[in-house]
Design a protein around this ligand. Structure first.
Ligand code: TNX
Length: 498
């Protein structure tokens, strides 16, 4: 039984014999400098591991006369002109003669190779002799271009190794954005040369006290590169004008009195703010966002904008508008949380929704002005919510989110009055007030992050026809992989685990 997740748009099983994988598997790769040699070598390694013998990758330029029969071929069919969003579509065809992944763009080959690895994984457990891949044809493309996961590394600190694991997990399920929530009341997690006191004074505090850490510039660059190899883009968030106590602890000039703030180690939200009334604020915002933009190769930086609850609405709007100008001047596009949709944003800015049933006017206004929206509805994909009332970890202000709840929603109809064409994608969010260890982090992510990944990737009709039970069956089949990767997960009773 095949267990592809996220489910491809279209899967047809053939009735002929499948493809016998025998060492040495020959992998034919197009000679194109847009093909990532590392990813191809990885595919070769895995094929080698499955067959118990080496895989031969190449020839780099097979030429028309090379025998393709009996090979695993990655075939690039396009010229790479490219539209607004990268073309991630691909086909995967398996028959007795050959395995072919075909795509217009290298990113499509990467997605198709990911699906091929899941096919391999599905047949491996009961393979005693040679591995036979089932004959099939897949035609696939993502529903949305933005498929993300946010991790709050402030409330509790998670280091580079843990974040690499999150990137691996995200990439396995075809997610392509890691949004890092890097600053908040409790700490500051990114070293900036222009403002060294941020991490010197606020780098090691977190909920409950000390013991945290932060990303050096080198750590950050390492993560960016690790993610890029797995086709995941890092979107860093510096939260302003609220959630700023750690900044005000480091730089007292950001408070009205000029006195450094006491660092926060509780979990309240909404009290802190910086405003343009303080002369130090604008230079701070310029330094921080310019340096952040310079160290970030991705197109987007996130400016926060949530829960500035004690701020005068006019001051708030002015701040967001100045933030928009500062970020636009760096050449990046801005992402802001829902509340900031009330302000005039630079062209290309995205608004991230977290409350779908209330206060959506800012989101609707921004969408009407042409801004796209990322959906992170707290009652479906805030993965810091408890699974069940008695679950030991998590918050419950947005209710309980079992696996079914994270799966059964449609981004196109979630928000009354929102034009479905403005939905750029879906992002699950893991806030970490109650989450303190790597295992706890993965337990909140799995299995719900996979549900969010399928919501973001798979066409609604396909999800509706299979329903939650079909999803849960495919989810259960992931368990061996999660054990191999040492990813802790919640053994929810909703899933028919083996
Ligand atoms: C709301 S909604 C927050 C975070 C909290 C989270 C806890 C939003 C953008 N911010 O500051 O950590 O709730 O669930």
């Amino acid at each position: 039984m095949l267990s592809l997740v996220p489910a491809p748009a279209r899967l047809d099983l053939g009735d002929g014999p499948g493809f016998r994988l025998e060492a040495p598997v020959r992998v034919v790769v197009p000679a194109d400098d847009r093909i990532d040699a590392v990813a191809v070598a990885h595919l070769g390694d895995l094929l080698g591991a499955v067959t118990g013998g080496p895989a031969i990758v190449g020839p780099a330029d097979p030429g028309p006369d090379v025998r393709r029969s009996g090979t695993v071929e990655l075939r690039l069919t396009g010229t790479g002109e490219g539209g607004a969003a990268p073309d991630e579509s691909y086909t995967l065809t398996i028959d007795a003669d050959q395995v072919v992944v075909a795509a217009a763009e290298p990113i499509g080959l990467f997605r198709g190779a990911g699906t091929l690895l899941q096919v391999l994984d599905s047949v491996r457990p009961d393979a005693d002799g040679p591995v036979v891949l089932p004959a099939l044809h897949v035609e696939d493309a993502p529903r949305y271009p933005w498929r993300g996961v946010m991790v709050d590394v402030v409330r509790h600190w998670f280091d580079v190794d843990v974040l690499k694991g999150v990137i691996d997990l995200a990439a396995t399920y075809k997610l392509n954005v890691l949004h890092l929530h890097l600053t908040d009341d409790q700490g500051w997690r990114l070293e900036l040369v222009s403002r060294p006191l941020l991490t010197e004074r606020s780098g090691t505090t977190q909920v409950g006290g000390g013991g945290a850490g932060y990303l050096s510039a080198a750590d950050y660059a390492e993560l960016v590169e690790y993610a890029a190899l797995r086709r995941v883009t890092l979107v860093p968030e510096i939260d302003t004008p609220g959630h700023v106590t750690a900044a005000q602890h480091a730089y007292g000039e950001l408070t009205p009195s000029g006195e450094p703030a006491e660092v926060a180690d509780g979990t309240h939200v909404g009290r802190s703010k910086i405003t343009l009334h303080e002369p130090a604020t604008l230079p701070f915002v310029r330094d921080v966002f310019s340096e952040l933009a310079a160290m970030t190769p991705g197109r987007y930086v996130h400016g926060g904008g949530d829960e500035a609850e004690t701020m005068d609405p006019q001051d708030y709007r002015e701040f967001i508008e100045v933030l928009g100008e500062v970020v636009a001047a760096t050449g990046k596009d801005l992402v802001v949380w829902q509340e900031a949709g009330v302000a005039t944003l630079p062209p290309g800015a995205l608004v991230q929704l977290w409350a779908s049933g209330m206060a959506t006017d800012g989101v609707l206004a921004a969408a009407a002005r042409g801004h796209d929206v990322i959906l992170s509805p707290s009652d479906h994909v805030y993965l810091d919510m408890k699974y069940t009332p008695d679950f030991p970890l998590g918050l419950d202000w947005s209710g309980h989110t079992d696996v079914r709840r994270s799966y059964e929603w449609d981004p196109a109809t979630l928000v009354d009055g929102l034009d479905p064409a403005r939905v750029r994608g879906v992002e699950a969010a893991l806030w970490t007030e109650t989450v303190t260890t790597r295992d706890e982090l993965f337990t909140m992510l799995l299995p719900r992050l996979v549900a969010a990944a399928e919501v973001a990737w798979t066409p609604q009709e396909r999800r509706a026809s299979g329903g939650f039970d079909d999803f849960a069956r495919r989810l259960a089949a992931q368990e061996p992989l999660w054990h191999r990767e040492d990813w802790a997960f919640h053994r929810s009773v909703e899933v028919p685990w083996a």
